[in-house]
Design a protein around this ligand. Structure first.
Ligand SMILES: NC(=O)c1ccc[n+]([C@@H]2O[C@H](COP(=O)([O-])OP(=O)(O)OC[C@H]3O[C@@H](n4cnc5c(N)ncnc54)[C@H](O)[C@@H]3O)[C@@H](O)[C@H]2O)c1
Ligand SMILES: N[C@@H](CC=O)C(=O)O
Length: 493
């Protein structure tokens, strides 16, 4: 059964790049297979564009920028809202495409389509609020002020774990600001990006405004980062690659926003109900099969409730179902590829070799070579990989702590600073710990913490800038100051 036959609208399944409003082959004959991580079967192929074709995408985005920026904000808003409506109308097909290429269970994929679409709607409206300022002038007979203007072409390089929402969270903001975009999705999950392009075209978004290029990642980024005409780079992905891209953008002094890796602590206070906290921790750990920048990587439990918490955590974890995301009632799909499984196994082996205890996790039960059964470790310590590395896998590491000062030090003991969780009902403890944590986002007594109004982003090695919220569009805007002199005497200036 072909992938197209699984869609009610087969034209959403595209196996070409999308440049200047045209579906584009690679002229060098290079291509890459895309696999269903659950079955290992090839879903299709995508071309790798040649260097001159990436440059042609910049040419197209440059030409389109002139007209796109000239539209009124409400005209851009109309087209973005049309795109939003089409994302909603095709949610089922988009979710099916996503589950097939990324592996997440269908309900999670539907949720991501909704999540991704919500950024399009949010920024469609935000684009009408790019207000400037008037400034009381210290200069005689002059009027001063500022105007917000689009930076120009934005290159957007995105990951495979949220293959649709990580694109729309960037592209919608950039396009609402009046910018044109060149998206380079992850090779593991290109079809969600290409379906976005198909629906952008149907929404009346002009050729050259939303482009999707495909190719060898280092080669593509070297071209886009080295292009002086590309004025902004927004990257979501690993800290390792984020560092590379930041360096590559230095010569052209681009606006750079980075959404990088996470290593979230999940802190449980002594006043918490152990069962309630444990069930929340399972949800925070195993979301997206642990392949989530917000996944709870280090679970820090007050010593007074540690053993009860571990028992409830193990009970809830044992009830999780692992399988093909297209099947019903699945909690965890596969990891994205075999290397991810091997990395997860290495993190577990490293922890055990350094004294951790394996409470649960039997890989012999895995239903396929890309699956990794949930693992629960206790006694995790500072010297283990699981403490410092983003596991990006369904591996939970729990350890006990004695007091608030100690848990703050433990939580901050990482180069990452994206998200952290605190579970306690003591308001003084909440305020003390939240203020002391070195993280961009802190969620108290809630696993769910994101959405379009949220300034999403991290500190330390988890990134630069914020996406979403009322500041996300600023990543794609310049502030131009003007001084209108020799106006003759005007009152109040
Ligand atoms: N902070 C956030 O909002 C957020 C959201 C989702 C994922 N992430 C992070 O993304 C990572 C998982 O995604 P991933 O595996 O796709 O990340 P990755 O860094 O391997 O790849 C991300 C993108 O960069 C490209 N890329 C890879 N190597 C490159 C290179 N050498 N030069 C240029 N481009 C290159 C990939 O093709 C992909 O498009 C995790 O670290 C996760 O925490 C962060
Ligand atoms: N779950 C995150 C994506 C990171 O992996 C989000 O909500 O943006």
């Amino acid at each position: 059964m072909t992938l197209s036959s699984k869609l009610s609208d087969p034209r959403l399944f595209r196996q070409y790049a999308y440049v200047d409003g045209k579906w584009t082959h690679g002229e060098g004959g290079r291509e890459e297979a895309v696999f269903d991580p659950a079955t290992g079967e090839a879903l299709g192929h995508i071309p790798w564009l040649e260097a001159h074709q990436i440059t042609a995408a910049v040419d197209a985005a440059e030409a389109a920028f002139v007209h796109w920026r000239a539209l009124r904000a409400d005209e851009r808003c109309e087209r973005l809202l049309a795109w939003y409506d089409l994302l909603q109308a095709h949610r089922e097909d988009l979710a099916t495409l996503m589950t097939l290429e990324q592996g997440k269970p269908l309900p999670d994929a539907r949720g991501e389509v909704e999540y991704g679409a919500s950024f399009v709607r949010w920024f469609a409206e935000e684009g009408k609020r790019t207000f400037g300022q008037t400034i009381p002038s210290p200069i005689p007979n002059a009027s001063l002020g500022t105007i917000k203007e689009p930076v120009g072409i934005a290159a957007l390089i995105t990951p495979w774990n949220f293959p649709l929402a990580m694109i729309t969270r960037k592209a919608a903001a950039a396009m609402a600001a009046g910018c044109t975009v060149i998206v380079k999705p992850a090779g593991e999950t290109p079809f969600s990006a290409l379906a976005l392009a198909e629906l952008a075209e149907r929404a009346g978004i002009p050729a050259g405004v939303f482009n999707v290029v495909l190719g060898d990642p280092p080669e593509v980024s070297r071209i886009l980062c080295g292009e002086d005409r590309v004025k902004a780079l927004s990257f979501t992905g690993s800290t390792r690659v984020g560092r590379l891209l930041l360096e590559q953008c230095a010569n052209t002094v681009k606006r750079v926003s980075l959404e990088l890796g996470g290593n979230a602590p999940f802190i449980v206070g002594p006043d918490m109900d152990p069962r309630e906290a444990a069930f929340a921790a399972v949800a925070a750990k195993f979301q997206t099969a642990g392949q989530d920048c917000l996944a709870a990587d280090r679970i820090l439990v007050h010593e007074s409730i540690h053993d009860e918490f571990v028992a409830h955590f193990a009970e809830r974890m044992a009830a999780l179902t692992v399988g093909n995301g297209l099947e019903g009632e699945i909690d965890l799909g596969p990891l994205i590829h075999r290397q991810a499984v091997e990395k997860a196994a290495a993190i577990v082996d490293d922890a055990l070799s350094k004294g951790a205890t394996l409470v649960a996790g039997d890989q012999s039960q895995a239903p396929g070579e890309n699956f990794f059964m949930p693992v629960l470790l206790t006694g995790v310590t500072h010297d283990m990989k699981i403490w410092h590395e983003e596991s990006f896998a369904p591996v939970a590491g729990i350890t006990a702590y004695a007091n608030d000062d100690q848990v703050i030090e433990m939580a901050n003991d990482t180069e990452y600073g994206l998200a952290a969780y605190i579970y306690t009902h003591d308001i003084r403890r909440i305020w003390k710990i939240m203020r002391a944590l070195e993280f961009g986002m802190v969620s108290v007594n809630s696993v769910k913490m994101t959405g379009p109004p949220v300034p999403f982003g991290g500190v330390k090695h988890s990134g630069l800038g914020r996406e979403g919220g009322v500041t996300g569009i600023d990543e794609y805007l310049e502030t131009k100051y003007y001084c209108l002199g020799a106006l003759g005497s005007v009152s109040g200036s």
